[in-house]
Design a protein around this ligand. Structure first.
Ligand code: C2E
Ligand code: CA
Ligand code: CA
Length: 459
């Protein structure tokens, strides 16, 4: 089987000797690198791709295979699958995300191209010859494709997760094309549809844990809202919270979220994980007496452990009523955290007056912690300042073990970020907490870096 994605002759890099590859590859024809034929070989050429694809893959019959093949051989399936693809198509970046799961990311020409690539990957899996070819490996794939190199990473990941979820009940390959969502859904249309979205059950919540570094335990989790639109797919809060504020819908949306989070907190507590759940409260709501009254009524009527994350800018807008309202919340047992610290205007005068026990350093300082000169200084002094004010510090956006190591040395109390867990559905949070409880009892007293790699690398 030969040949390749079409590519304009002008872009051929004839001189790239390192790019010469042989074409006895089952899926070379649609694989993301662009190949041209030579005598018995092909040359790979650099072609700018217009789309990014992220594909989550899982072996659906892993448990059965393990029973037949034994644990060791079964656990070699994903690594050998990765080796096969890496050999065939070096431009696909692969990560094993579990015993039976992997993540593939690559650039492609369009969603159709991405889909063909995944189709071919799937069809070449039986070639792996598991157990001498007698045990077929069955698989499913969730693929998300978005235009441009600078597409929203989080959106891509969550769309791929949603596609994999769908693949569990439908076809073995489900594709989500995010380009349609971007093209057609403008703010006005969103404003019109938002009120109905709650009633139609299109909103849902994902939770992202915050881990206490010294105690080695999940201390709490943050609720992050998502909108699953029937035709536009997954919409991230960054795209609709501002619209909800503008449309006057943010109060209703937040009260809906609060009721849901209370139910979910009760479920966690009933499962033996009675940790507080934090929700984000828009600044404009802090000055809204009617909202505050209703929120207080909902919270006091429940015995759930709740926290609110608020930004400092929210307080600066109307300090008097915001501080009064925050004190009302604190009085009824709501824990308060200052969100996005350092990203907006900061005022030490207000910081001192807020009944908050937690300060979250904005991820813009944490993401570049180990590559910038100034960010570590800012983070260090923020940690010292918060401790002087008797607050605990959370660093959000912790993506790498080196950032975690530095934060731990700096005395940061809690960490949150993709290294530990992406925002996940409640059931996945429950599994995470359950595993964490086992891990904690097993590693008591060890440093955070003594935790197994699998703990810090969640899908
Ligand atoms: P936020 O409160 O600052 O939440 C953190 C954002 O960073 C989340 O994005 C989260 O998914 C993302 N994040 C977490 N860990 C990492 C990491 O390691 N690296 C990177 N690059 N990003 C990470 P998300 O879920 O898209 O939320 C965006 C914003 O939308 C939130 O920022 C929050 O301000 C707002 N939001 C979300 N849910 C609600 C809500 O229910 N009400 C209100 N008012 N705002 C909400
Ligand atoms: Ca937040
Ligand atoms: Ca934040």
């Amino acid at each position: 089987m030969k040949l390749v994605a079409p590519c304009p002759p002008a872009q051929i890099d004839e001189g790239s000797a390192a790019a010469i590859e042989h074409v006895d590859r089952p899926f070379a024809e649609t694989a993301p690198s662009c190949l041209i034929q030579g005598p018995g070989a092909v040359k790979k050429i650099a072609v700018p791709h217009r789309y990014r694809a992220l594909c989550l893959f899982e072996i659906t019959n892993f448990v059965i295979l393990r029973r037949h093949l034994g644990r060791e051989e079964a656990e070699r399936l994903i690594p050998s699958f990765i080796r096969v693809i890496a050999d065939q198509s070096p431009d696909i970046r692969l990560t094993a995300t579990g015993r039976a799961t992997a993540e593939l990311s690559f650039e492609c020409d369009d969603p159709e191209h991405a889909s063909r690539t995944v189709d071919l990957l799937r069809s070449c899996l039986p070639l792996m010859g598991v157990g001498g070819g007698s045990y077929p490996v069955s698989t499913r794939f969730g693929l998300a494709v978005a235009p441009g190199r600078n597409c929203d990473e989080l959106r891509l990941i969550e769309a791929a997760e949603a596609a994999l979820d769908e693949a569990r009940s439908q076809d073995p390959i489900v594709v989500r094309d995010l380009s349609c969502a971007e093209l057609a859904f403008d703010r006005l249309a969103m404003m019109r549809e938002l009120p109905r979205a709650i009633a139609r059950g299109e909103m849902f919540i994902h939770y992202q844990p915050k881990v206490h570094v010294r105690r080695q335990k999940v201390a709490s989790a943050e609720a992050l809202l998502r909108w699953h639109h029937p035709t536009h797919g997954l919409i991230a809060p960054g795209d609709f919270i501002g619209v909800a504020e503008e449309a006057g819908e943010i109060g209703a949306l937040t009260l809906w979220t609060m009721r849901r989070v209370i139910e979910d907190q009760k479920r966690l507590a009933a499962a033996g994980h009675d940790i507080p759940l934090f929700l984000n409260i828009s600044g404009m709501l802090l000055a809204d007496a009617a909202f505050v009254a209703e929120a207080c009524e909902i919270v006091s009527g429940s015995d759930a452990k709740l926290g609110f994350e608020i930004t400092e800018t929210a307080v600066i807008r109307d300090p008097e009523s915001a501080i009064r309202h925050l004190q009302n919340f604190a009085r009824i047992g709501v824990q308060l955290a200052i969100d996005d610290y350092g990203a907006g205007l900061s005022s030490l005068a207000y910081l001192k007056q807020l009944p908050a026990r937690e300060l979250k350093i904005d991820k813009m300082f944490v993401l570049q912690l180990t590559s910038s000169n100034r960010d570590p200084l800012i983070v260090r002094s923020t940690i010292d300042l918060a401790h002087a004010l008797e607050m605990e510090v959370t660093a959000e956006g912790v993506e790498t073990p080196s950032a975690l190591a530095l934060l731990s040395v700096m005395g940061c109390d809690m960490v949150q970020g993709f290294l530990i867990s992406r925002p996940v559905a409640l059931d996945a949070l429950l599994t995470f907490l359950h595993e964490d409880a086992h891990l904690t009892s097993g590693v008591g007293g060890l440093s955070p870096f003594a935790r197994p790699e699998s703990f810090w690398k969640r899908a």
